[in-house]
Design a binder for this molecule. Sequence first.
Ligand code: BES
Ligand code: MN
Ligand code: ZN
Length: 494
Amino acid sequence: MALKTTFRVALPRAPRTDVLVHFIHSDRSRFSKEMNAARSIGRSGLRSLMVTGDFAGKAGETAILHTGAAGCPRLLLVGLGPYAKVSLERYRRAAAIAAKEARRRKASTAGFVLPALRGSAEDAVVAFAEGAHLGLYRFDKYKKPDDDGMPLEEIFLVSASSALRAPALRALRRAEAIVAGTILARDLANAPGNEVYPESLAQAALEAGRRSGFDVRILGEAELSELGMGGVLAVNRGSDREPRFIIMEYGPTTKRPVVLVGKGVTFDTGGISIKPSAGMAEMKMDMSGAAAVIGTFETVARLRLPVRLVGLVPAVENMPGSSAQRPGDIIRHLNGKTSEVDNTDAEGRLILADALAYAERYKPAAVIDLATLTGAVVVALGHVVTGMMGNDPELMRRLQTAGETTYERVWELPLFDEYERLIKSDVADVKNVGGRWAGAITAGWFLKKHIGNYRWVHLDIAGTAIQEENSDYTTRGGSGVGVRLLTEFLRRWR
Ligand code: BES
Ligand code: MN
Ligand code: ZN
C-alpha cells in the first residue's frame, strides 16, 4: 500500500492537512453538535450550509467548504444518515466517498475526524480504513500513469479520545491485511487471460505464500494424470497451456483444517460449446473463486489467525481446439465417479469435482468452495448477493453472520431432492448440465454428488465477484468478494 493510514489523538484544534473530513449524522441534535464542532474552522461557510439546508447529513451526501485557513484549506462533510441506522457498511461507504473526493482534489493528506462510533470501536475503524483503501482501488497498472501532481499519501484518522488509540491501532493492522488480500484478489481477477493462466496463477500463489507466510505446492499435468483428476485434465485439453493444481497450507497440522476450494478457470471460452463473443472478455474473471482463496490466505497469514487452512485451486483454461473435449465425452473423476459432458461450457463443476474429492484426504472440519459457476445465479440474485448451497445449516449460518458483518452477503438456495434427477445421465453417473431451469441449483447438486464425508458449503459468486458498475468501494470488474467474508468467518472459527 502506497497510501499510509495512521491514527492521531488531536482536536479540537484543527490539524494541518489538505482536506479535513467530518462525518455528520442527520439527526437534528447530532447534526448541530457535529456541525458546530466542525465550525472551529470555516465558520461562516458552515453556518450558511446549516441555514440553507444545503447539507443535511444524509447518508452519502457531501459538501466541500473552502476555509481560507492556510493549514487546513478544505473542509469536507460526508453524511452518515441517522445514528440509529449507522452500520459498518455506512462507515465503509462514507470513508470511500471521502477518500475518493480527497484524491479528486489532489490532496496529498486527508484527515478523517472520527464521529461518535456506534458498536465496537475497533470494528468501526476497520470499516473506515477498508472503505478508504478499497474505494481508492483502480486497476491501472497497464495504463500510462497520468502524472498530475502528488498522489494521496496519507489518511490519518483523528479523534479527541485517547481511549480510542489502542483499538484504532489494532484496527489499522487488521485492515491492512484485509485490504492486501482483497486487492490481490481484485488484481488477479482483473488481469487479462494472457497474463493470468494456470502456470502464472500458481506463481502468484507461490509469491503470496513466500511474502505472507504459508506453504504452496503445485501439481503439474503429469501428476494430475497420475492421480486421476479426469475433470481438470478434460477441461484443459483444448488449451496449449498446461493445467495446474495449487495446494496451499497454513497453520498447525494438529488441527482439522477448514478447506477452501476456488474455481480457477483462467479463461472460459465455453470450449467446443463456445460462448457468444459479446461479453466473453469478462470470462477472464472466471478464476475469481481461486483469487478469493489466494487472497484469503494472504490476509489470514498476515493476521496470523489461529486456524488451520488448506486451499485447493484447480487451474485450467477452457478453450476449443482439435484436442478439446467434446460434448458427449465421458470422463472419470478422482473419486472414480463418471460424468457425461453434455456441454463443455459447464466446465467449472468438472474441475471442482476433482478438487472436492481431493479435499477428503485432509479429514476437513469444513469445506467451502467459491466459484463463478453459473449465469443462472446472476439471473436469480443479480450482482448483490452470493448464492449459497450446502449440507450443514450451522456452517451456513456462520457464513451468513460473517456476510452481514462484512456486507459480502450470502443467500441460501435449496438443494431439494427433486432437483437431483435433472442431472441424471443415461450413460454415466451424472450429467454436467441440468437443462433450462434452476441452473444454479443443478450445478450445486452436481458438486454435492462429488463431495466426501464432510460439512460443505458452495458459494456461487458469479454475480458478486464480477461487477458491472462502479460503486462506493468496488469498481467495475473484479470485486475481490470472498476475502472479507472468509476472513471474518475464520476470525470466529473455534
Ligand atoms: N463461468 C460460467 C458462469 C458465469 C456466467 C460466470 C456469467 C460469470 C458470469 C460457467 O462456466 C458457465 O459457462 N456456465 C454455464 C452453464 C450452462 C452451460 C449449464 C452458464 O451459466 O450458462
Ligand atoms: Mn463455462
Ligand atoms: Zn466458467
